[in-house]
Design a protein around this ligand. Structure first.
Ligand SMILES: *[C@@H]1O[C@H](CO)[C@@H](O)[C@H](O)[C@H]1NC(C)=O
Ligand SMILES: *[C@@H]1O[C@H](CO)[C@@H](O)[C@H](O)[C@H]1NC(C)=O
Ligand SMILES: *[C@@H]1O[C@H](CO)[C@@H](O)[C@H](O)[C@H]1NC(C)=O
Ligand SMILES: *[C@@H]1O[C@H](CO)[C@@H](O)[C@H](O)[C@H]1NC(C)=O
Length: 369
């Protein structure tokens, strides 16, 4: 090939990348999920099952007051909004009270499951649920709100064409509730196809509603979380990996993630005009599990910043915010906030890994690298 033509092609490719990066800018975000991304719905609804999220130390690091986020500060969804210069997503229950939905809405609800509440009630474990606002309920809210967002198919296609849809993380609670009630790994593996089915059905439903850019996150390494490490402590050293995480629970999270990734591959074939991004929360979190000091987590990655004692600073009788619990001096030195949820510092790290493409496939912003 002629050298000049070759150079021209390269130049066009660089130009194309710059162009596509400016086209990637979203004007709004719609989010579905649980406490990993709830920015206030659960609190606005009364938060009966978890009232402490309405008080400090929740929110102390960034907002300096409790916002209903289950962390000391911002969540992954907040950092994604910042990356696209968008306002923090208003919770759906604030939008129904008149807050603007111009730049998107957050339907996520702390405690939410992927599967509908009936699934748990039929198995006589319904009473453990914090909420019945499952993924399908959240999807119903989106449909209800849709007519106020755009008036006809053309207008909706235009609006949603410039929107990012986040379907999850969701599904983690379906397993948490069951594990905490004593469910076995084998038994729970049988529910993974159901959970993944609900997530992929919701993703398809959003595509049918006009979504063309979607991100679907997998589960975190639950075997490294203080609540699992405390409840499932084992005298057998072989149950732990070299970082101190419980191997079989991390393997379970990967089992869920692998099935989710396979389902997304099929969805991409069914909807070739749509971009479906898998967000690898597990891989992103494992990077700071492997080298905590390198990432500034001098407090370690297995102990919660806020809690009521014990080897992982998680005590079910004195959880963060309750009498008997204490909060660490500097939450940014910890990856775990209350033993169930992560700190703002950990969420920021994961969000950056999604935005720069090192933990999102395909990359959230193709040219960020
Ligand atoms: C969920 O639904 C069940 C059955 O319909 C009901 O008894 C329960 O009060 C609901 N729970 C919440 C938290 O709304
Ligand atoms: C997903 O949708 C299909 C088709 O509507 C339905 O048959 C299936 O039961 C749904 N799966 C789940 C897990 O809800
Ligand atoms: C857990 O909290 C309870 C209630 O505050 C307390 O009595 C108990 O000693 C704590 N356990 C540990 C291991 O710190
Ligand atoms: C992407 O972000 C993650 C998290 O901040 C970081 O560890 C990684 O080095 C970044 N990768 C690139 C290529 O910038």
């Amino acid at each position: 090939m002629n050298k000049k033509i070759f150079l021209l092609i390269i130049l066009f490719q660089i130009f194309g990348l710059v162009l596509s990066s400016s086209l990637q800018k979203y004007e709004s975000i719609f989010n579905f999920g649980d406490s990993l991304s709830d920015t206030g719905n659960f609190l606005l609804s009364g938060a009966l099952a978890f009232p402490v999220i309405g008080r400090l130390p929740y929110g102390e690091t960034f907002f300096q007051h409790a916002t209903g986020r289950c962390s000391d500060g911002r969540l992954i969804i907040d950092f994604i909004a910042e990356a696209f210069s968008l306002p923090y997503l208003p919770p759906y229950l604030a939008v129904t009270e008149g807050q603007s939905s111009e730049h998107g809405v957050n339907f996520a609800f702390a405690g939410a499951t992927a599967l509908d509440a009936e699934f748990f009630y039929e198995r006589n474990i319904g009473s453990i649920l914090w909420t019945n606002n499952s993924l399908n309920v959240q999807l119903g809210w989106f449909r209800k709100l849709k007519s106020t967002l755009c008036s006809n198919k053309q207008a909706c296609d235009d609006f949603f064409g410039k929107s990012l849809f986040l379907v999850g993380e969701i599904g983690g609670n379906d397993y948490n509730y069951a594990f905490f009630l004593g469910g076995g790994i084998k038994q729970l593996q049988a529910t993974v196809p159901l959970v993944v089915g609900v997530i992929t059905n919701a993703t398809s439903a959003l595509i049918e509603e006009g979504a063309v850019e979607l991100m679907v996150p997998g589960n975190l390494p639950i075997g490294c979380s203080a609540v699992y490490l405390t409840l499932f402590q084992s005298p057998n050293k072989a149950d732990y990996d070299r970082h101190g995480c419980l191997k079989e629970f991390n393997a379970f999270a990967r089992y869920h993630n692998d099935q989710l990734k396979q389902a997304l591959t099929m969805l991409r074939q069914k909807y070739p005009h749509v971009r479906i991004i898998y967000a690898d929360y597990y891989g992103a979190a494992m990077r700071f599990v492997h080298t905590p000091l390198h990432h500034g987590f001098y407090g370690g990655i297995l102990r919660a910043c806020c809690g009521g004692g014990g080897p992982y600073n998680f005590n079910n009788s004195a959880r963060c915010g309750h009498t008997g619990s204490e909060v660490c001096q500097n939450p940014s030195l910890y990856s775990q906030w209350d033993g169930i949820h992560l700190t703002e510092a950990a969420y920021r790290y994961i969000a950056l890994a999604l935005i720069n493409g090192s933990s999102s496939t395909p990359p959230l912003i193709p040219s960020a690298l």
